[in-house]
Design a protein around this ligand. Structure first.
Ligand SMILES: *Cc1c(COP(=O)(O)O)cnc(C)c1O
Length: 341
């Protein structure tokens, strides 16, 4: 048995997606003439209850576009110290947007309003950069797929707006949060100025992310997308999968969450694991070993057909998705349980 828990990005497109690709009506999207992309953008805006959306090649580009448009060069962006935008986007904040970062440790990856409140730079200080943006991550990947409570998002946005700053939500796994919490995407999307979500992870598309916001913002995002080389032509072939994803791949994320809970049972109570790990709320499991032997455990798991990642010497990450069966999850749980004895 082979169970690939390295990432939900390994998911392959469904039969329906392949058919939709074949049949997709296309046009030149840089001219705004791809009917399939236009339809996907309307659907994404609608599902998030916002005015407009933009199809982009990757989640990284989506985030970088959102920061670029909303954070002026030399301004300061507040983000969680293990956020994807800070850790895993190749220094794009410095290299592309040219902003300064203000890192904050969250609680279970979630920024706490009272912790960021004092960090907004006071206006009129000639020495200080302007605080332009706060970035939040839904779900919070490095904390183990934890969900930002809606009230926290509202409070962070209220604070930021009061201080003349904006809020961007890296919602790479927004729909995992939606399904797990029962809170509609439009509720999570309402308080923020921009958001993005990935089509290419649990939603199983081969390529693509959506940037969502109001009309003015999306117009600027379209320019930034072109600047970053993300203006595509007959990409309706890809957007066709996104339409299938938004129509029928959201509800099934619930299964991924169940599979994560099955695997998590193997970790519970192991004397080799630090007890303070975050029990999975969605499709990501991250736990820390007491000894710096994560690489070793990943190898032993791989020998038994269970693939996962070590994040550092202590931490292991496992991600469930469509292409892990329930049987696979039970097998992974069994093997992990044995190795953690
Ligand atoms: C995967 C991911 C991204 C970036 O998506 P890519 O399509 O891989 O560039 C951004 N943020 C989070 C939290 C992610 O997990």
């Amino acid at each position: 048995m082979r169970v690939d828990l390295r990432s939900d990005t390994v998911t392959v497109p469904t039969e329906k997606m392949r058919k939709a690709m074949y049949e997709a009506e296309v046009g030149d999207d840089v001219f705004g003439e791809d009917p399939t992309i236009n339809r996907l953008q309307e659907m994404a805006a609608d599902i998030c209850g916002r005015e407009a959306a933009l199809f982009v090649p990757s989640g990284t580009m989506a985030n970088q576009i959102c920061v670029r448009v909303q954070a002026p060069r030399g301004s300061e962006v507040i983000l969680e110290e293990e956020s994807h935008i800070f850790l895993h986007e190749v220094g794009g904040l410095a290299a592309l947007a040219q902003v300064q970062t203000r890192l904050v440790k969250g609680v279970r990856g979630i920024l706490q309003p009272q912790d960021i409140a004092p960090l907004f730079r006071p206006p009129g200080d000639i020495h200080a950069p302007k605080t332009s943006l706060v970035c939040i991550e839904q779900t919070s990947m490095m904390a183990g797929g934890t969900i930002y409570p809606l009230e926290t998002i509202k409070e962070i946005s209220r604070l930021a707006h009061e201080k003349g700053a904006r809020v961007h939500m890296d919602g790479a796994r927004l729909f995992n949060a939606v399904v797990a919490s029962g809170i509609p995407a439009r509720d999570f999307a309402a308080p923020v100025d921009s958001l993005m979500f990935c089509l290419s992870k649990g939603l199983c598309c081969p390529v693509g992310s959506m940037v969502v916001g109001n009309n003015d913002f999306i117009e600027e995002a379209r320019v930034a997308r072109k600047l970053y080389g993300g203006g595509m032509r007959q990409a309706g072939i890809l957007a066709a999968c996104g339409i299938v994803a938004l129509t029928e791949m959201i509800d099934r994320l619930e299964e991924d969450h169940e599979k994560a809970k099955i695997i998590a049972r193997a970790i519970e109570g192991s004397h080799l694991v630090k007890p303070d790990w975050n029990r999975p709320e969605t499709n990501i499991i991250i736990f820390s070993l007491r000894e710096p032997k994560a690489g070793e455990l990943v190898k032993k798991l791989a020998d038994r057909g269970v693939l996962c990642l070590d994040l550092d010497d202590y931490r292991i990450r496992m991600v469930t998705h469509k292409d892990v069966s329930f049987e696979g999850a039970r097998y992974a749980s069994e093997v992990l349980g044995e190795l953690l004895q």
